[in-house]
Design a protein around this ligand. Structure first.
Ligand code: SAH
Ligand code: SF4
Length: 373
């Protein structure tokens, strides 16, 4: 059976034509599924009976089964979805006064293995399919709409951030059709500025995203130099800061926003000193138009790291701000249900033995050797 959530509209059109149907049928079908949340072909009343019958035998709209749903004191909702074979991924809805943001997962686990991230500590199992990425949005949007009693046509989710579990740019082939369905006026109709891909810095894929589907870009920086970034975000050893910043600058040519958002997770005694803020300023100023978003580290068991004290985060922000770079400090949302950044753990059957590799790591704070022997 074909899962119709696996297609963007072009893909669905090709499939419909292969089934002997007119291309416009795909648009009708796409609207039923994504705009109205309907999975039952019988309810798609403007489709010919013969087509509905054909669909019954060949295709379905595959939902993800919900293992649990938690609602935080602040209204944040977290779903845990079963993706089979002992893997589960998490999706978080963050309501704000003027918008509703859905934080979507792209992989079961993550192979990048960042030091401060609970997903990274779990290792990597597999990429999600386009259908599994879109099913998170499909479920959340239509469930929230009916729960909030929104009138027909009004959306619960106005922004999507690919900031859940996984590195979206290491699942590029599945990501792009999912992004296209989010942007499609016959799908979720989100503007490019309101769909954000967050990456640890997969440089070649940043370049491809620019050509294939430019949306807002957030880059997880976390360190002002390669020595520290190599430790915190291991993919830096492959794509160092110089290359990453060049890719960011190039991305701005096609980006829907005229800046890149740099995310920086504030780790006590590791990357939060004023001179590191200064080094960061020197690194980016005049080179790439950017804003900074400082994320207070959200601890999880076994990280061995601590959150920077509030004063240190504010002082760090001041250095950047005084240097002319707009800097915000991210509010922690949903921490009572472990839904905050970096706390998404789901359930991952690690196939990379990441725990073994992590055990070999040097302890923090990192002692950089400066003296000659
Ligand atoms: N893999 C992508 C997107 C998912 S992570 C990326 O790394 O950008 C989303 C954001 O949460 C990233 O900026 C990441 O650095 C941050 N993050 C990860 N673990 C965290 C933690 N424990 N506390 C705070 N932020 C964290
Ligand atoms: Fe993967 Fe992002 Fe976590 Fe790093 S921070 S391990 S890239 S999910």
């Amino acid at each position: 059976m074909i899962n119709l959530l696996d297609f963007d509209r072009d893909g669905l059109t090709r499939w419909c034509v292969e089934q002997g149907e007119k291309p416009f049928r795909a648009t009708q079908l796409f609207r039923w599924i994504h705009q109205r949340g309907v999975a039952d072909f019988e309810r798609m009343t403007d489709l010919a009976k013969s087509l509905r019958h054909k669909l019954e035998g060949r295709a379905w709209v595959a939902p993800l089964s919900v293992i649990s749903e938690q609602v935080s004191r602040d209204g944040t909702v977290k779903w845990l979805f079963d993706v089979g074979a002992g893997n589960a991924v998490e999706t978080v809805f963050i309501p704000e006064d003027d918008r509703g943001t859905l934080c979507v997962s792209s992989q079961a686990g993550c192979a990048v293995a960042c030091r401060f991230c609970s997903t990274g500590h779990q290792g990597f199992s597999r990429n999600l399919s386009t259908g599994e990425i879109l099913a998170q949005l499909w479920h959340a949007e239509h469930q929230l709409r009916s729960r909030l009693g929104l009138p027909e046509g009004e959306r619960a989710i106005t922004n999507v951030v690919m900031m859940g579990m996984g590195e979206p740019l290491q699942n590029y082939a599945a990501l792009v059709p999912a992004l296209r369905a989010m942007l499609d006026d016959h799908g979720y109709g989100l503007s490019r500025r309101r769909v954000t891909v967050s990456t640890s810095g997969v440089v070649p894929m940043i370049e491809r995203l620019m050509a294939d589907c430019p949306v807002a870009l957030a880059v997880s920086l976390h360190a002002p130099d390669d020595v520290l970034r190599d430790e915190l975000v291991p993919i830096n050893r492959k794509y160092p800061l110089h290359d990453l910043l060049a890719a960011c600058k190039a991305y701005l040519v096609a980006a829907p926003r005229d800046f890149i958002t740099f995310e920086y997770c504030m780790l006590d005694g590791v990357n939060d000193r004023p001179e590191q803020a200064q080094a960061l300023l020197n690194l980016v100023r005049g080179k790439v138009a950017c804003k900074f978003n400082l994320i207070p580290f959200n601890p999880f068991p076994a990280s061995g790291l601590k959150r920077s004290p509030r004063e240190r985060v504010v002082a760090f922000a001041d250095v950047l701000q005084n240097g002319g770079i707009v800097t915000t400090i991210r509010k922690t949302r949903g921490d009572d249900i472990d839904a905050a950044c970096g706390q998404l753990a789901g359930e991952v059957q690690d196939r990379t033995r990441v725990q073994v590799r992590l055990a070999d790591r040097r302890p923090f704070p990192l002692q950089v050797q400066t003296e000659t022997p």
